[in-house]
Design a binder for this molecule. Sequence first.
Ligand SMILES: NC(=O)CC[C@H](N)C(=O)O
Length: 440
Amino acid sequence: MIPDYLEEVLGNVASDATGELAGYIPELAAVDPERLGAVFATVDGHVYSAGDVDAEFTIQSISKPFVYALALADSGFDAVLGKVGVEPSGEAFNQISLEEGTGRPFNPMINAGAITVHSLVRSEQLAPDERVARVVRGLSAFAGRPLGVDEAVCASEMENAHRNLAIAHMLRSHDILTEDPRIVVDGYIRQCSVLVTTRDLAMMAATLANRGVNPLTGEQVVAERVVRQVLSVLSTCGMYDAAGDWATQVGIPAKSGVSGGLIGALPGQIGVATFSPRLDSHGNSVRGVSLFERFSTDMGLHVMEVPAAARAIVRSNHVAGSGLREVRVLQLHGGIRFAGAERIDREVVDTAPSEPRVVFDLTMVSSIDDVARRMLLEVARRLRVEGREVYLVDPEAMIPDPDPGDGGRFEVVDDLDQAVSLPHEVVARNGRPGAREWNP
Ligand SMILES: NC(=O)CC[C@H](N)C(=O)O
């Protein structure tokens, strides 16, 4: 189904020969402009592909978000943010402009930012070639296989690097760079010359979509907090001066490169990559942009698509057992985050259960985040303060440590029958509070 779909969409854009090859790097102007490929990589490592997906090309600017991640991991947020901002510049990728006053590049996705970021990978007095080695190793970890450098493209770009050298000298004059600008540009251009396939790019994007864990190797390449930063910057600055159009029409955090690659990362879902060398006036792949527009529309991939309300979080609220064994059961369901936990809280407040025992049945809960976990434990804690016995049916340990913070852990049982048939001493001792008292 998905491979057929990919073939079909490639067929739809194949005849579009508009756009130009990147002329300012002679080696790039020599590639076959007809190449075309697309890959979807799921967060559990499954790959769907169509077209030319194993041909190698240089990564170019698609290296920027990944090296930004490495710099954040190596040098820390404060050091990196002190030198490179996170504001969309609305300018071309190679614009020679810096933030007034601070001299900082606007963001890490334009060349000024990326050159600075390169200098922040393992900055503690690392020799320049060791820094490049660290960058190549880091990019390889994102891809899940060892990557190499295209020396011919690297030399070709280095010979024509006047503009990037101008940018680097300007950065040096503002003390944003503190070392020889030529050495940093040399390292940055080597970073851009790392060879990848469309399949590699999709896996790199999937690693971002998978909270920084490579779906193939299982390696946590960078921390989740770093991934959040990178995806945020991609969604505002990834497509240069076309970022606003892209954010509204496609809505997938994405990054393009002048060799014709394009990646998109959909948090928690998939990594997408396309390859087609002819570029539009922003330097983005023409057919790549068309493909992403189609993927977004056909597959509903826009990140701002609002999901159905978490209405069904409380699947049922009923009484089980009878007499002294009467138990109020709240059966929960699905993935619970802030809004879902709020529904549970309101359900308990609104229905004010009068039964002596309350059971939260988490058997059908698929996930619960930290905030929701704390909120649910607080709902349970307040029930206990009101004199109820609270049980959690939690066979899969969705709440591994059911302690609301006062040291009094809630009783966890494996199924509802167990909760209903447990002896009733505590309740008998505490008595049965009326609904009136339950109103925080
Ligand atoms: N947009 C790009 O891919 C630019 C990368 C290229 N190496 C440059 O610095 O000009």
